[in-house]
Design a protein around this ligand. Structure first.
Ligand code: PHE
Length: 402
């Protein structure tokens, strides 16, 4: 196939040396002028070809088209390449007269190609930037958002309230040994209180040091670990997961507790009562919180009390506040001297109070949920309804509740 331009060639599957749709004289006119023409004839043919070729280059609209012109000009069988090849067959004199014209043509073609390439690349970039521009004024779609589980929310609320009273948050392992979970807390091997807790024991029940391993039944072992590791005075709360073999509408085998411990030289039950009252008022966000301490029994406290909080009925619902009826919410007491001694402290020097309550139960009372099992079903509809927005962090100044 010759290299003549075929203006009606719509699809570019032709000879690659063709320059699409442009009236560039065929390369033979250049070759002929080299072989047979006078220098004037050469210059004229070259100038004509160059003008048409430049025009073809200048009017390309895509890098792809420009590339096919480049191939037709300087590719393996392109016009410029063929001209350069003729230099090899020339006598030195001929090369001296015609060589410069060929090299000048080559320079001119390269320069025109480079210039057009830069221009096309710049406008391609402009076009891309125009399509990729971000409109910062477009409203953002809300997207899917998770929510904070009521248990996490209430734990955060409690941490905030107790932090304000000077309590630190302490944590400990959920897999415990029976010494920290029971023995150190004055619950000896044969004590019926161990049965009260319906404990999950691990089947290979001997740890390396001969202790029985279990899932902690309360967060009281965190109190033991704190008393053994930190010098008094101590003011901590211990929130976390606990486990008991129990399951109905108000009991799940795993639930959440928060316990408090204060150890100092002159702590008495008055401090305990004030602390509980202050915390419950802040938590339920009511001033009319009424407490009733009933004498009770826990092996690790002496004296011990169960705490009821008064409620009133509003539209058939029980609402915390007032004293139409009573609901048990807490266990508490003065830490048993034997527990203090078990942790290596002198009970004649140090004393204090402890209390424990269910986080899930507090959440149910405050936010009006009635089936504990729904807490752990992972039903998204429930979570959407009872969950809290991630940025609603409870603070005393902005409100503890949501
Ligand atoms: N540890 C007790 C329980 O789990 C709660 C409690 C803690 C009672 C501290 C009194 C003092 O039932």
């Amino acid at each position: 196939m010759d290299s003549r331009l075929r203006g009606n060639d719509k699809v570019g599957f032709g000879n690659v040396t063709d320059i699409p749709k442009k009236n560039v004289p065929p390369v033979e006119t250049l070759l002929q002028s080299i072989h047979h023409g006078s220098p004037d004839r050469v210059n004229e043919a070259f100038a004509q070809w160059l003008a048409a070729n430049n025009e073809a280059i200048a009017t390309t609209t895509s890098l792809q088209d420009l590339e096919s012109i480049r191939v037709a000009n300087t590719g393996k069988s392109g016009a410029v390449t063929l001209l350069l090849k003729t230099l090899g067959g020339m006598s030195p004199e001929e090369r001296q007269t015609k060589g410069p014209a060929i090299h000048a043509l080559r320079e001119a073609v390269m320069a025109a190609l480079a210039e057009r390439k830069a221009a096309l690349e710049a406008s391609a970039l402009d076009a891309r930037l125009a399509t990729e521009r971000l409109d910062m004024t477009l409203p953002v779609s809300a997207g899917r958002q998770g929510s904070i589980h009521p248990v996490s929310q209430v734990m955060d609320e409690l941490a905030e309230i107790f932090a304000d009273l000077g309590f630190a948050v302490a944590t400990g392992p959920e897999i415990e040994d029976d010494w920290h979970n029971f023995t150190a807390l004055n619950i000896p091997e044969t004590h019926p209180a161990r049965a009260m807790h319906d404990t999950f024991y691990f089947p290979d029940d001997k740890a390396a040091d001969g202790k029985k391993m279990l899932l902690r039944t309360h967060t009281s072992p965190v109190q033991i670990r704190t008393m053994m590791n930190e010098p008094p005075p101590i003011r901590i709360i211990a929130p976390g997961r606990v486990y008991r073999s129990d399951s109905d509408a108000t009991h799940t085998p795993m639930f959440h507790q928060i316990e408090g411990l204060v150890i100092d030289r002159d702590i008495h039950m008055g401090h305990l009562k004030w602390t509980l009252e202050t915390f419950l008022k802040a938590f339920f966000e009511r001033d009319d919180i009424v407490l009733r301490l009933r004498p009770s029994y826990f092996p690790f406290t002496e004296p011990s009390a169960e705490v009821d909080v008064g409620y009133t009925r509003e539209k058939g619902r029980r609402v915390i506040g007032g004293s139409e009826g009573w609901m048990e919410v807490l266990g508490c007491g003065m830490v048993h001297p034997r527990v203090i001694a078990n942790c290596g402290l002198d009970p004649n020097e140090w004393q204090g109070f402890a209390f424990g309550t269910g986080v899930d139960r507090l959440a149910m009372l405050k936010y009006g949920m009635d089936d504990l099992r729904a807490f752990f079903d992972g039903d998204l509809r429930w979570l959407k309804h009872y969950g809290f927005r991630a940025l609603d962090v409870p603070t005393l100044s902005a409100g503890i509740g949501a």
